[in-house]
Design a protein around this ligand. Structure first.
Ligand code: ADP
Length: 575
């Protein structure tokens, strides 16, 4: 358990000092909590031995009020120090997580890991932030109060002291067994909850397909199974937890009764005075309250262990190395190729998907990648943007190995137009301007004009300020595609990667998109993944990629003369 506390404290990072300060205030609060009891005891003894007078009575009253006020003040300070720190710690942690996710290779973002990130952000962090940080001080308060109680029992009589120590030891044994049990279940509970999140995400994302293939029953069954598993685990947890929690209650009852019985016996045998006996009656139900509360709070904390594991797991995922300090811009030189792949080998798993791929593209040239589906075209393109790192060989831009430049600098050099466009739920303006936040409104509008989207944007209810995805402002696939091209035009990066950009739109949209792409590609170095070969007839270099290798290389005329795979593909498409 100390381990969990230690882990919780270690995540507080630079706020550790505040948490430690809160222990001091919690310590004072713990003492203040017991002061009224001690004062009551003293007051009763003064009355009983006839030494109470007016001034003592006044002092006792003042001390009582002061202790209650001080307790409230220190409780407030402790709460501010801890709860507020919890929110600060997690605000920082979420920012760090965002930064970390940004640096992970795209390969990390599988369905399973997206579910995990979701759980970490929506469940684990929220749980620890809201439930655990504030509990830390309470635990300290409980430990101190319990210690003070045992000391007071020793002050009453050493035999009562020893008995209370014994009862505390029984509490510790039962409490720790309970926590061990809870810990085991909490790991299972969190695992099932994670699997459930994944299944819900999968169901929600695929609802269109599920409905169209009439698989609602089948998929709902899978979801129901996950719900049932999660429910069964929660019930098993309660079943295992309840006997231990009852045993703690029983220890409390028996321990309190024993203390009363021993005190009565000692009073009867004349070992303790009547004042002490009255004092005992006052303290009796408070003797073991703190340790009982301590264990019920600790049970909540055990769930934290699995949450902390998962948070750590996401943070442990290996980032792409971003140690490069070189700048591509400073290396730009017309004599060296803009893009150079040298013996690149790469695989998503152990199996190589690209094998010894080498080629060069000069500044403002157009490179086209063609070939059968699954051959490795998209993989070649995504390696240029360091979505993954090569297994062996190197990729250079303007003579600089892309691993030696910062990812930020690399991304400034590349624009990508994917087949699948993602627009954020934000205004049209912000969706374009995000490519270059310092752009002026005129520049954003000019980019929209070049991307052939100005006219349809002006017809939207609030023009550029229309929020996409709201108020009926849903856009067609082609319109979304053009907005994403406007984004790239505004970015004005020297290298453009085009991935089958116009594959899924109607003829009108296709023409507009082609015009937009022509604008985007003016004076740029292009890497185009093409299926329709007529669009790449004028490419400076065409690579036929098949089974992860370059099968043919040359321009359209060369490759037609060669009469190989490319010529065959062209004939098939024109037939
Ligand atoms: P193309 O673009 O020519 O259709 P890809 O580069 O998409 O080919 O795919 C090349 C190979 O890599 C295929 O066998 C494909 O299944 C595999 N592949 C592509 N993306 C991934 C991925 N994210 N994880 C694992 N394998 C992948």
């Amino acid at each position: 358990m100390i381990k969990i506390l230690h882990r919780l404290i270690s995540i507080t990072g630079k706020y550790k000092g505040r948490i430690r300060a809160s222990y001091v205030t919690a310590f004072i609060k713990g003492i203040m909590m017991k002061v009224p009891l001690i004062l009551c005891f003293l007051t009763i003894s003064f009355f009983m031995n006839g030494t109470m007078d007016k001034s003592k009575c006044l002092y006792m009253g003042i001390a009582m009020v002061a202790s209650v006020i001080l307790e409230a003040v220190f409780e407030h300070i402790t709460n501010v120090l801890q709860s507020a720190t919890g929110y600060m710690v997690f605000a920082d942690m979420r920012l760090r997580l965002g930064d970390h996710l940004r640096k992970l290779p795209m390969g990390y973002f599988t369905e399973g890991n997206i579910g995990k990130i979701n759980s970490v952000l929506a469940t684990d962090m929220v749980f620890i932030e809201e439930n655990c940080m504030g509990v830390l001080s309470e635990l300290v308060t409980f430990m101190i109060s319990q210690g003070l109680m045992v000391v007071m029992m020793f002050v009453m009589d050493f035999r009562i002291g020893l008995l209370s120590l014994l009862v505390v030891a029984v509490f510790i044994i039962i409490g720790n067994l309970m926590l061990k049990n809870t810990l085991m279940h909490s790991v299972n509970k969190q695992e099932y909850s994670e699997a459930l999140t994944e299944e819900v995400l999968d169901f929600a994302e695929g609802i269109g397909i599920i409905k169209s293939y009439n698989m609602l029953g089948e998929k709902s069954k899978k979801l129901t199974d996950e719900f049932e598993k999660s429910c069964k685990e929660s019930i098993a947890f309660e079943k295992d937890y309840t006997p231990w929690s009852r045993a703690l209650n029983l220890t409390f009852g028996i321990g309190t009764s024993l203390v009363l019985a021993v005190s009565a016996y000692l009073y009867n045998s004349g070992s303790i005075t009547a004042e002490y006996m009255v004092g005992m009656a006052l303290f009796l139900f408070d003797v073991f309250v703190s340790i009982k509360a301590y264990y019920s709070q600790m049970a909540r904390l055990t769930v934290t262990s699995a949450s902390l594991d998962r948070i750590e797991e996401v943070f442990k995922a290996r980032e792409l190395e971003d140690r490069g300090n070189d700048s591509i811009a400073s290396a730009a030189n017309n004599d060296i190729p803009e893009i150079e792949y040298d013996n690149v080998t790469f695989g998503y798993t152990e199996k190589d998907v690209l094998k010894n791929v080498s080629f060069k593209v000069n500044k403002n040239e157009m490179l086209a990648l063609v070939g059968p589906s699954g051959g490795g075209k998209s993989t070649i393109a995504s390696l240029l943007a360091r979505f993954w790192d090569v297994r062996s060989g190197s990729i250079k831009i303007c003579g600089k190995n892309i691993k030696d430049v910062s990812i930020g600098n690399l991304m400034d050099r590349i624009s990508m137009v994917f087949q699948r466009v993602y627009l954020f739920q934000d205004t049209v303006y912000n969706n374009i301007a995000m490519a270059r936040p310092d752009a002026t409104r005129e520049e954003v509008e000019a980019a929209a004009k070049k991307a052939r989207c100005y006219d349809f944007i002006m017809q939207l209810p609030d023009g550029f300020d229309t929020v996409i995805g709201e108020g009926g402002a849903s856009l067609s696939g082609g319109e979304q595609q053009r907005i994403s091209i406007a984004r790239c035009i505004l970015k004005d990066a020297p290298i453009v990667i085009l991935d089958e950009a116009t594959a899924s739109v109607d003829a009108d949209n296709e023409r507009a998109i082609q015009e937009a792409i022509s604008e985007l590609c003016k004076d740029k170095t292009l890497m185009v993944i093409a299926h329709r070969l007529k669009t790449i007839k004028d490419a400076d270099k065409i690579l036929v990629i098949s089974d992860g290798r370059i099968k043919e290389e040359g321009n359209h005329t060369d490759l037609m003369e060669k009469n190989g795979t490319y010529a065959h593909m062209v004939k098939l498409q024109s037939a």
